[in-house]
Write a protein of this length. Structure first.
Length: 151
């Protein structure tokens, strides 16, 4: 009898948590010696997530100065201006404009064999807003970009 109750309780708990378990709040993204992300063109993030983690793994062999990649998030309105401003920061500045409020989050720039992670709060993002993720390495952001959506 006790065993039956325990199993029923477990089943109810599993049911209660099942929808939340489907929410994807963590993304493993691969980049390499080409101008592509392994995700996109649209990344969908559950509005159940308060924080999102991006794990960026560069599986290529080229060094950061030649084929560096990062993952940067801005509003779609700000994306091009931020990408252009980031060029001045140089490779040592991750090609991200420093102390720029338009940058919602940015990972470090990584080269072949390197990886990096960032976790950020998405509770302040507008579910109806348009956001763009991109690599801010010069010349990359024209093709390495996509939409970031709260769903
Ligand atoms: Zn890149």
């Amino acid at each position: 009898m006790i065993r039956t109750i325990t199993i029923s309780t477990l089943a109810l708990l599993l049911l209660a948590f099942a929808p939340r378990a489907l929410a994807q709040c963590e993304f493993d993204i691969e980049v390499g010696d080409a101008l592509t992300f392994s995700v996109g063109p649209t990344m969908e993030v559950s509005s159940d997530c308060t924080e999102v983690t991006i794990n960026l793994n560069h599986t290529g062999t080229l060094p950061v100065a030649a084929m560096g990649h990062n993952w940067v998030l801005t509003t779609t309105d700000d994306f091009q201006a931020v990408a252009q401003a980031g060029m001045a920061a140089g490779v040592e500045g991750n090609y991200v404009p420093p102390d720029d409020a338009r940058v919602i989050v940015a990972t470090d720039l990584v080269g072949g064999g390197e990886s990096t992670s960032v976790t950020f709060d998405v509770s302040g993002l507008d579910p109806a807003g348009a956001y763009t993720f991109f690599c801010s390495f010069p010349g990359h952001w024209a093709v390495m970009q996509g939409a970031f959506k709260l769903v």
